[in-house]
Design a protein around this ligand. Structure first.
Ligand SMILES: [Mg+2]
Length: 354
């Protein structure tokens, strides 16, 4: 790969339209690092680090990624050498994806097409956080005609799910516990088997404990938090009873690495989908290119921009037919930041040069 000649890092901060309350954290705003690379022939490309501000979901943070990209990964990329940094796949992904985007734009190719994806829209389900009351939760389900995935946590699980299922008997419904239960909660969680859930995501922390749950529940168990690159997916597939994979491109090290994971999961016959990290339009456009692959057999939980932000940093990603979301069709990731919106959201900025 040709080394970039300059890299701009921006920290951008956007308030979420609706704070997301999950067992691991309440997220009211997104502050992410965006990477823009410039190439010697005048090309540009963008990538996003999907780390959260606090390490409640995965070990990386916005602060850590900012320092790492500025002091280690950026200078190494400009010098055309390996950074020699252990871990931090989300920070690596931001830079790798920006370079990929620049390369595709220079070639006049769209990301989804370059990966071999043919779908122009992908089925999408909406994630609903822990609500103030069961009535409030049931009242919010109608916003998502294609289906909903409810965040659950101890104290907010069987009862709210049962209420939603009673009000919407035919609706696609899933639940995500973010690893929040101890293994001895299995008898309690078994009540979910009566609710016709498409899947239960990460009921307990870790790979092997989740496999234990899958033996004792009829509901398919999807893994999220312990899943990163291909090695973790191989380990997950080796466990019996895996119901599916929620793949976050940042945790795998970027778009190219995630495409390999999707191909592996498809070859193994494991259901999979690309999951959202409340990304800005930059990160979400890249994730949608992956979500359009045939190997993604479960609906994505990536949504159109207006689910998340009043003013995304890119032109809005839009809903398609029947609750689907449209895969951007332009060159590269298919969208680029709007200079005015980007400046309005930027809280810090640094330019690195070769
Ligand atoms: Mg999850």
């Amino acid at each position: 790969m040709t080394a970039p000649v300059a890299i701009e890092l921006r920290r951008v901060r956007l308030d979420l339209r609706h704070p997301l309350v999950a067992g691991h954290a309440t997220i009211a705003r997104r502050e992410v690092v965006l990477v823009e690379v410039w190439t010697a022939d005048g090309g540009r490309g963008w990538g996003e680090c999907s780390a959260l501000e606090r390490p409640t979901y995965s070990p990386e943070t916005t602060d850590g990624a900012w320092v790492l990209l500025r002091d280690e990964l950026g200078p190494a990329a400009l010098a055309g050498r390996a950074a020699g940094i252990a871990g931090h796949p989300m920070a690596h992904a931001a830079l790798a994806d920006a370079c990929l985007d620049a390369r595709l734009r220079a070639s006049g190719i769209g990301l989804a097409a370059s990966l071999g994806a043919t779908r122009r829209e992908v089925a999408s389900t909406r994630v609903l956080g822990i609500a103030a009351s069961i009535d409030a939760l049931v009242g919010s389900v109608d916003v998502a005609p294609a289906g909903v995935k409810l965040k659950i946590a101890p104290g907010w699980d069987v009862e709210p799910l049962r209420a939603v299922r009673a009000a919407f008997p035919d609706r696609w419904l899933a639940a995500d516990a973010n690893g929040g239960y101890p293994l001895d909660a299995l008898d309690h969680l078994r009540a979910l088997d009566d609710l016709d859930l498409a899947y239960l995501e990460q009921p307990v922390a870790g790979l092997t404990a989740a496999a234990e749950v899958s033996k004792r529940l009829a509901t398919p168990i999807v893994l999220d938090e312990p899943i990163g690159g291909l090695d973790t997916v191989r380990a997950a597939v080796a466990l019996s009873g895996l119901g599916g994979l929620n793949l976050k491109p940042g945790k795998a090290g970027g778009i190219a690495a995630t495409a390999e994971v999707i191909a592996f999961a498809a070859a193994e016959g494991v259901p999979a989908f690309v999951g959202g990290m409340l990304e800005t339009g930059v990160g979400r456009a890249g994730a949608l290119g992956l979500a359009a692959l045939d190997g993604c057999t479960l609906p994505t939980d990536l949504g159109p921009s207006d689910w998340y932000f009043d003013d995304d940093v890119t032109a809005p990603l839009v809903a398609g037919e029947g609750g689907s979301v449209v895969v951007p069709a332009g060159h590269g990731i298919g969208v680029e930041p709007d200079p005015g919106r980007l400046d309005a959201a930027t809280v810090d900025r640094v330019v690195l040069e070769a």
